[in-house]
Design a protein around this ligand. Structure first.
Ligand SMILES: *Cc1c(COP(=O)(O)O)cnc(C)c1O
Length: 382
């Protein structure tokens, strides 16, 4: 049996032990502590924003961001159908309803053209969806696979139609849009430190904003909306969403290596791209002119005449290499059955053809060569 090569695993090789040991030795293990503060400050610096508020997960970061954007029960929030389900779940947690739109075929991001067309057809002068009667409150675009969506194009549409933008940047830490870190250009952005993300705290997330009042409110809502810390007076219903000092300690150590992680991911992607150049039945996903992606999850599309994703995944699994399909588009998800949506043919086509290949930051060229050879073998025998 050959050694198993997983899709993406955490890279814990820096000062994590040292920082976590300090938390344990000093007893500062919970949601207050110097590492939480330091992680927030270092993170805000890394993404070029004024404020960062550490929370328990990327999903919690999205939930809080949507509340801060003013999303209320009964509202609608527009997002791409091709994303991880957490994006849409956060909308539901607000009592709001997701509107799923299609992506563009080149970089798999929310299509500004589709977005504009949908808004022109549906948004009335009173800010309501003419068909459903609900207030369309916010746009929730996602930097899919760590490649920036067209931030300026979506931002212009948001301004034109009077909508606030919350960026789902869960996969995109370290990516840049026209030279600026993603998450710094909109009112609010949410990041994730789940185990398979480019940087991990085991589990965790971050709300990012450059608005002081929003930052204050994010902190307030994430700590049970405490008005008087001594007498247990709470102004409203809040959440227990804070990140712990132990997790933040891991985050600080991970953040020190962010540039290195992004470099590694890009090197891995470049090696795959060049290995697949000669095979017409493998379509690689090229970066947009505005984008410096972080190459978080290396994904290709299988062309006509190639074996399908299921067949490839099964064959690779036999060779101890983990390969995954992309998410089921959310307009097709049983969890969102009955939610009306316009057709999303691109998302469906992408889902039918996409596979993600191993791209852990510590994947060395020798093991990657084995992945490449095993993968290309499927095409020779087909
Ligand atoms: C990972 C991810 C999330 C959720 O983050 P968690 O930390 O797992 O809660 C949200 N949106 C996208 C696009 C993601 O990839």
């Amino acid at each position: 049996m050959s050694e198993f090569i997983p899709l993406a695993t955490p890279n814990i090789g820096g000062r994590e032990w040292e920082y976590v040991r300090e938390c344990l030795d000093t007893g500062w293990v919970s949601s207050v502590g110097s590492y939480v503060t330091r992680f927030e400050q270092d993170f805000a610096g890394a993404v070029d924003a004024e404020y960062a508020i550490a929370v328990a997960s990327g999903t919690a970061a999205l939930h809080l961001s949507l509340l801060l954007a003013g999303v209320r029960p009964g509202d609608e929030v527009v997002l791409p159908s091709l994303t991880f389900i957490a994006t849409a779940n956060a909308v539901e947690y607000c009592g709001a309803r997701p509107v799923f739109l299609d992506c563009e075929p080149d970089h798999l991001q929310l299509s500004p053209e589709v977005l504009r067309t949908w808004l022109e057809e549906h948004l009335g002068a009173d800010g309501r969806n003419r068909k459903s009667g609900a207030v369309v409150r916010a746009l929730l675009p996602v930097h899919i696979l760590g490649h920036p969506y067209d931030v300026d194009a979506v931002g212009r549409i948001a301004d034109e139609f009077g909508l606030v933008v919350v960026e789902d940047a869960a996969e995109a830490l370290g990516a840049k849009y026209r030279g600026r870190p993603v998450g710094s250009k909109s009112r609010l952005a949410a990041f994730s430190f789940n185990g398979n993300k480019i940087l991990t705290t085991g589990g965790g997330g971050m709300v990012v904003t450059s608005d002081e009042a929003l930052a204050e409110r994010a902190r307030y809502l994430s700590t049970q909306a405490k008005d008087d810390p001594v007498r247990y007076v709470h102004g409203e219903i809040g959440f227990n969403y804070r990140l712990t000092n132990v997790q933040a300690a891991i985050g600080c150590a991970q953040l020190e290596r962010l540039d290195e992680f992004v470099d590694r991911k890009r090197e891995i992607a470049a090696r795959y791209d060049s290995a697949f150049e000669e095979e017409d039945r493998i379509q690689t996903i090229r970066g947009a002119p505005w984008a410096e992606g972080n190459a978080w999850m290396y994904t290709v599309l299988l062309e006509e005449g190639a074996p399908g994703p299921d067949q490839v995944i099964a064959a690779m699994s036999k060779a101890s290499v983990q390969v995954r399909p992309l998410w089921q588009p959310l307009h097709r998800s049983p969890a969102f059955a009955g939610v009306p949506h316009p057709p999303c043919p691109v998302a469906e086509d992408v889902h039918a053809r996409a596979v993600s290949l191993p791209c852990s930051t510590d994947l060395d060229p020798v093991r990657q060569e084995r992945v490449i050879n095993t993968f290309l073998r499927q095409f020779r025998t087909h």
